[in-house]
Write a protein that binds this ligand. Structure first.
Ligand SMILES: Nc1nc2c(c(=O)[nH]1)N[C@H]1C(S)=C(S)[C@@H](COP(=O)(O)O)O[C@H]1N2
Ligand SMILES: [Mo]
Length: 326
């Protein structure tokens, strides 16, 4: 979320290895031999990209219980476009706590965030408030892999395989009270590790976001703990983040430490900083331009190329989420 919007510069680093391309090539190869996609993908994308070893993947941040990754793919969520290369997803990021403008620098600095141990407090208008250890959460709820589109308000877009579990599983466990109408999410506050949170910063840290309770209970709303069949790299929000793919990317808050159920619509960081530019709902909508640029088109992050596509209402998830906004 940009205070200054520049054309993407397609910076690609050699910092991270890519196994995604290799996976796709291997699939094409196997398909040509008549070995079907279903059998191949049943174990998740990384059933095929284990070559370098999960433990040595740069950016891998948590210590998952053995056997959790890769998770089985939920075939319900299909893409209309290729999966973005893993290398691009690990490098083309937004993480304002580390650097608000320089993406490579944010990737680098985010490696300093201590993500183990990590607790997530679920509190507010619930019958059973609780603090969870994030490792424990990953064992409590079955993890699944889902292919989702991702659309940043800056107009870049990706398609990626998240690993996680539906947010509603956690919300149901703590039993929301009838008075709960919204969900507030809060990210970490650690200026000693995150230089963007320095005392003079103009942002109201910690990063905070919100959803209406029925949005948060929707099947598409995911708590992600992994991507590309491995635990989340730090730059992508380790150890646990929200993913709401029908909304602009800033709603998908990274590295959360608290979820609070509340009665009134909670303030959000971007809505506080620039209310005329970033609303609470922020559903992807090609017909509503950002005050400083059009949202009609988007750019798929695609290695050294970029492919321009029409933006889809609700980022292509209209059929699934329409009924939330009747
Ligand atoms: N805590 C936190 N969460 C955040 C952000 C951030 O700066 N800090 N950036 C948001 C924005 S603008 C986007 S587009 C997505 C990017 O997620 P990715 O870097 O994993 O692709 O994270 C969102 N979540
Ligand atoms: Mo974004």
């Amino acid at each position: 979320m940009p205070s200054i919007h520049k054309q993407p510069d397609w910076w690609i680093s050699d910092l991270q290895p890519t196994d995604e391309q290799w996976f796709l090539n291997r699939r094409q190869f196997l398909t040509s031999l008549g070995i079907g996609g279903a059998a191949l993908t049943a174990g998740g994308i990384s059933g095929c990209d284990r070559g370098a070893g999960a433990e040595t993947t740069p950016g891998a941040a948590t210590r998952p219980a053995p056997g959790l990754y890769p998770a089985k793919r939920n075939q319900k969520f299909e893409l209309d476009r290729p999966i973005t290369r893993r290398k691009d997803v690990l490098n083309y990021i937004n993480y304002y706590e580390f650097d608000p403008a320089d993406k490579p620098r944010a990737v680098k600095l985010s490696q300093k965030l201590t993500t183990h141990p990590w607790t997530l407090k679920v509190t507010g208008l619930v019958k059973k408030p609780r603090t969870f250890d994030v490792e424990e959460l990953q064992k409590r709820f079955p993890l699944e892999e889902r292919l989702y589109r991702h659309r940043c308000v800056e107009t870049w877009a990706m398609a990626l395989p998240w690993t996680g579990f539906p947010l509603r599983h956690l919300l149901n466990l703590v039993e929301p009270l009838a008075t709960a109408k919204y969900v507030r999410f809060v990210s970490f506050m650690r200026p000693s590790e995150a230089p963007g949170q320095h005392p003079g910063s103009s942002y109201p840290w910690p990063y905070h976001e919100g959803l209406r309770l029925d949005e948060a209970l929707h099947d598409l709303a995911l708590l992600a703990t992994g991507v590309y069949g491995h635990p989340l790299p730090k730059q992508n929000g380790a150890p646990i983040r929200v993913v709401v793919p029908w909304k602009y990317g800033y709603k998908s808050i990274k590295a959360i430490v608290e979820i609070e159920l509340v009665e009134k619509q909670p303030p959000t960081l971007w809505n506080t900083v620039a209310p005329h530019e970033y609303g609470f709902y922020s559903n992807v909508d090609p017909a509503v331009p950002h005050p400083r640029w059009s949202q009609a088109k988007e750019w798929m992050i695609d290695g050294s190329r970029m492919s321009k596509r029409a933006t889809l209402p609700y980022n292509g998830y209209g059929r699934l989420v329409n009924q939330l906004y009747k």
